[in-house]
Design a protein around this ligand. Sequence first.
Ligand SMILES: Cc1ncc(COP(=O)(O)O)c(C=O)c1O
Length: 397
Amino acid sequence: MLPAILGGKPARKDFIPYGKQCIDDNDIQAVNEVLKSPYLTTGPKVEEFEQKLCELTGAKYAVAISNGTAALHAACHAAGITNGDEVITTPITFAASANCILYCGGVPVFADIDPDTWNIDPKKIKEKITKKTKAIIAVDFTGQAVKIDEIKKICKEYDLVFIEDAAHSIGTKYKGKYVGSLADLTTFSFHPVKTITCGEGGAILTNNEEFYKKIMLFRSHGITRDSSLLTETPFNGYNEQIDLGYNYRMTDFQAALGLSQIKKLSIFSQRRKDIVEKYNAAFSKIPEITIQKEIPESETTRHLYILRIKTNTLKVSRNEVYKALNAENIGLQVHYIPVYFHPYYQKLGYKKGLCPNAETLYEEIITIPLYYSLSDEDVDSIIEAIDKVISYYRKQG
Ligand SMILES: Cc1ncc(COP(=O)(O)O)c(C=O)c1O
């Protein structure tokens, strides 16, 4: 069959996005109730949501915050990142995982990925450690947990803070335990394409009371009402700013949405797992596609499904395959351009060639739709489109 880009009939009549939230009547009712209540921001729902995140993950403390980027900023602040400190992270991530280091005056240091799992490679982390290294931000890319035990061991040996950017991985378990209480600080994002959403939202989880207290101040201007921290207490409700913070507060209606969504985490997670299984079964039969390898320790709730195209075998570029699949009415993305390829990072002096595995991966990847409300027919039509496009280029080669 001729691909749609060459005038053939598209595999789908209607366009399907690569990611989408699932909002039902219960979610709407939960938000409505807050809108009618006295508290619109940082009221009881925020605390309830934080409590729920602790219950889910086993973490001692959770702080709900305005988004996942703010969560990373707060985590870096809690870890004490300051001018000139080096923090090691992966290049295959959203820019926020490195920007948060810059916000604190630190220096992002990129360590290459494992070419099979696409997560940061602990061996490459070790090679990048210097006297200035203060922390590691490891990203559970696509939802798969990083090699947590190996990274913890490195952090212990070199006295580093382990921040797990779990923006993709709520619902994932590592060695049977939910991510959230395994690193020194774990951050979540509740952006609409994520497994559960607050509209915008994020959270930081930790077992460390000192980190927790720092983050609580950081979230709201560095202002406290805690009488033990005040220099004077002239009246009830008196507050003082004792640190420099931001307005990173989450609203109560976002938290209400999060609370309603988290009730459905296991069904959202199961549907994503089922779709991944179907995709894996179909794509493992296509020799020009490589499937992301999973480590046995990670029981993954996948946020993203990424096709890795063997462009050398197929003799077409990723961009050509991307355009052809788009013409079949399939919504796509590329996750991610290596962070240091961004013009801003290039201007900071980062050179291409730094992380060869990441750079090769970037040339070959396409993210295809994955979310709860994809029907079996949707999944079949996506597989059909991919099969059609790859078969066409195979014949051309
Ligand atoms: C790996 C990663 N970290 C952090 C973030 C930032 O989260 P947010 O968009 O909620 O600020 C994202 C967002 O997509 C992400 O993918």
